[in-house]
Design a protein around this ligand. Structure first.
Ligand code: 3HC
Length: 725
């Protein structure tokens, strides 16, 4: 009963409170109804009321501090949930103007306002800080500042496009806004975004002191620069032109013009930079309004919510307690093992990295430590911090230290017998309560568990290469995996900063299962005489980061051959025999980037060149065929989408949500298309069904639509209900 009352009381508590003492107003943010502070309609209202009081000179207030009581966040930006309510550009523009107006009022207060930032200040959060007179951030690892709006298909809409370039200069501001990158406090200080960095425990004290010093004019805020940037050279017209033209080129080469937000951002800043702040804000609000309701923005918001949900929910029927992970052991110090080691160490986990031979363990250690040192350098860590970090990885050729591990990840060669032996050895060396994770990409987890004395501890932990960069971990359960094991594996993936999806065991799991027919179709197109570069360009123009032929070279032809055969054997009834192209390549000793010989040429430094024309002779010189780009995209795009729907219908996937997250984060399925399931919803199940039927009529069973798709079309259903991202 007490808990219920507490909850009710919590719901009733206001998201903003103001305490006044000795002329200092401390504005505390803590929305009890939300996990993070966001600029919602409610918060705007409450803040508006407080500003009324300050504008009316309440209680002799001479200065104010804005601080958060939420652990880990200051303000996480505008309430993205509310974006779903935008019916058209006018609604979104009005929301932007409401935010701008509130922040203008903060900026125009007669008293100084200090932003006391501990935790994330992102999007509208950073924009709030920019409207303050002075910004102090803590050195806590949770403190990060950035304008990530482009990642949601929009631009900053609460004054960021006007205030940031005026504060820190054009180049720095464009870089932050175009990439959405997030800076820790020290880098934000260096960039000129914050004025001071302090340890968290003294934040309020310092902020209060500085606020009063500003009020007494003993401390000067940064000079206001109504138009232009602090860097005089940047203000020269030719320089400005150059900056914008370079930025535009950069955006085009990165996005192929498929994302409207960064291009619009450049226009807004270019037009607004020499105008008054009010005029710049007007341009910003209009652009925000138009962008927020584009299909691209809707898809990217979907990706945000689905990936956050996947991160926060292991998808268990009955919740289970995860074991904490402080120490991990990795067997197999190859490229993947070293990557897993580095990523774990970076998250504060101690790592034992084992290989059979001392040279192999040493090589893995070197790879992991180099990777850690590189990342530490980027974060500008001190030498002793780098040493402490790299020392977290310890090499071994024995199973020493395994008994203290909370989780063991085997990342040895893809061979069932070898893996069985390793599992037995791990079980002999490790403690009773250890989780046994396998980084296999092709071997069924059910088969691996057969060798185990504790099969309920066995789970798949499929990382993607390069581990440090790829955000996805596919967690694969077999029928006997214990729920606490799944919860622990999920917690581990989250702890090391990955986005996990939990799937059931089946050939190819989820990611490789949907990738496989896509890759096979690309090989078939080659056999039909379509040029490699045409296939690749069609798919990068569709939004993939690289085309499938390039991807063959990157993953390795031998690896692709093995995976292709497993999938063809599992689904031979509809997939038929795998295309022979890959076999011919492997026979010719072409393994892709790793041996500098693939579909494309590679120079001595491993730099990729053009298509290797000799490949066509290898595959029987098919007569060259011009195929419209749209046709290539239709075949490759739909074969993947259809396979994704099949995995849901077969129960490999637990939800369409996981399917979208896995495709976007594991394969690079175009984020602005939201993932295969969001794609079906956007295009309409009926349309996708008809297009697949047309392809089936022309090319055969491999395009036969999934039964679930037929049902969805018949019942006019969507995978995600309206408003459900
Ligand atoms: N709006 C609505 N909900 C949000 C939110 C936001 N801006 N930010 C986070 N949340 C929600 C998440 O969906 C999640 O909800 P759940 O518990 O129901 O799953 C919850 O808050 C906690 O989020 P995380 O699990 O991600 O918590 P972390 O501690 O791992 O990370 C964070 C916190 C760094 C703030 C991360 O949530 C984040 O990056 N949020 C988005 C930041 C962002 O993109 N801001 C820009 C918004 S757009 C904007 O501001 C427009 C403006 O210019 C007008």
């Amino acid at each position: 009963m007490a808990t219920i009352l507490d909850e009710e009381q919590a719901q009733a508590a206001p998201p903003v409170r103001m305490e006044i003492s000795d002329g200092l107003a401390v504005i505390r943010l803590n929305d009890p109804a939300r996990p993070v502070n966001v600029i919602s309609e409610g918060l705007l209202r409450e803040m508006g009321d407080l500003l009324d009081r300050l504008e009316n000179g309440e209680g002799g207030v001479r200065a104010a501090v804005i601080i958060s009581e939420k652990k880990g966040t200051w303000i996480a930006g505008a309430d993205i949930e509310e974006f779903k309510n935008f019916q058209g550009p006018a609604d979104a523009e009005a929301a932007s103007r409401a935010g701008q107006e509130l922040l203008n009022r903060i900026e125009r207060l007669r008293i100084p306002v200090v932003a006391a930032i501990d935790g994330a200040a992102l999007g509208g959060g950073l924009e709030t800080a920019l409207a303050c007179t002075y910004r102090i951030a803590t050195d806590s690892p949770k403190t990060k500042l950035g304008l990530p709006e482009v990642q949601l298909g929009i631009i900053p809409g609460a004054g960021g496009t006007a205030r940031l370039p005026r504060l820190i200069g054009l180049r720095g501001a464009l870089d932050l806004m175009l990439t959405g990158k997030q800076l820790d406090a020290r880098r934000a200080l260096k960039a000129g975004i914050v004025d001071e960095v302090v340890p968290a425990p003294i934040l309020l004290e310092v902020a209060g002191r500085q606020a009063m010093a500003l009020a007494a004019r003993k401390l000067q805020p940064r000079a206001a620069r109504p138009s232009g940037s602090p860097d005089r050279v940047e203000n020269l017209l030719p320089m400005k032109r150059l900056i914008f033209s370079k930025a535009r080129q950069g955006v085009m080469s990165k996005t192929h013009g498929l994302y409207p937000a960064p291009l619009r951002l450049l226009k807004v800043v270019e037009r607004g930079i020499d105008k008054s702040v009010d005029e710049a804000l007007d341009l910003e609000a209009k652009a925000f309004g138009e962008l927020a309701v584009t299909p691209e923005a809707r898809s990217l918001v979907h990706v945000f919510f689905t990936s956050t949900a996947a991160k926060n929910d292991p998808g268990l029927e009955t919740p289970a307690k995860a074991n904490p992970i402080d120490q991990v052991a990795i067997v197999g110090a190859g490229f993947m093992g070293a990557g897993i080691a580095a990523t774990s160490a970076e998250a504060g986990i101690r790592v034992r990295l084992k290989d059979v031979k001392p040279e192999a363990a040493a090589k893995g250690l070197r790879t992991a430590r180099e990777s850690l040192a590189k990342r530490a350098k980027r974060k500008k860590m001190k030498r002793f911090q780098v040493t402490a970090l790299t020392d977290r990885v310890q090499p071994t050729t024995e199973y020493t230290g395994f008994h203290a591990s909370d989780i063991v990840v085997e990342a040895v060669f893809e061979d069932l017998d070898l893996k069985h032996r390793v599992i037995k050895e791990i079980e002999d060396a490790a403690g009773e309560g250890v989780v046994l994770g396998s980084n296999t990409s092709t071997i069924p987890i059910t088969k691996l568990a057969e060798a185990s004395a504790r099969p309920d501890h066995v789970i798949g932990l499929h990382f993607f290469s390069p581990v440090e960069k790829m955000p996805l971990v596919e967690i694969i359960t077999h029928a006997g995996t214990a729920d606490w094991v799944t919860a622990t594996a999920h917690g581990y993936a989250k702890k090391i900063g990955k986005t996990p999806i939990v799937v059931h065991d089946a050939p190819g799991f989820y990611v490789n299962r949907i990738l496989s027919p896509y890759m096979a179709e690309a090989a078939l197109l080659l056999q039909e005489g379509v040029r490699m570069e045409d296939i690749d360009r069609a798919m990068t123009d569709w939004g993939f980061p690289v085309g499938p032929i390039t991807l063959y070279d990157e993953v390795g032809l031998d690896v692709a051959q093995k995976a292709g055969k497993i999938m063809a054997a599992a689904f031979s009834d509809r997939m038929g025999n795998p295309p022979t192209v890959v076999d011919r390549m492997v026979e010719d000793g072409r393994l892709g980037r790793k041996n500098g010989k693939g579909f494309y040429t590679f120079d001595g430094d491993g730099k990729k060149g053009g298509p290797d024309e000799a490949v066509y002779a290898l595959i029987g010189n098919p007569s060259k065929k011009e195929m419209p780009k749209a046709e290539i995209q239709e075949r490759l795009g739909l074969v993947m989408v259809n396979e994704a729907v099949r995995t849901l219908e077969e129960g490999v996937l637990r939800s369409a949500r996981d399917g979208d997250v896995g495709a976007v984060f594991g394969i690079g399925f175009p984020p602005f298309r939201g993932g295969p399931f969001w794609f079906v919803d956007t295009e309409g199940a009926q349309s996708v069904l008809e297009r697949l039927r047309a392809l089936e009529a022309r090319y055969g069973k491999r395009f036969a639509p999934a039964a679930r798709l037929e049902e969805m079309a018949r019942d006019k259903r969507r995978f995600f209900e309206d408003g459900d991202a």
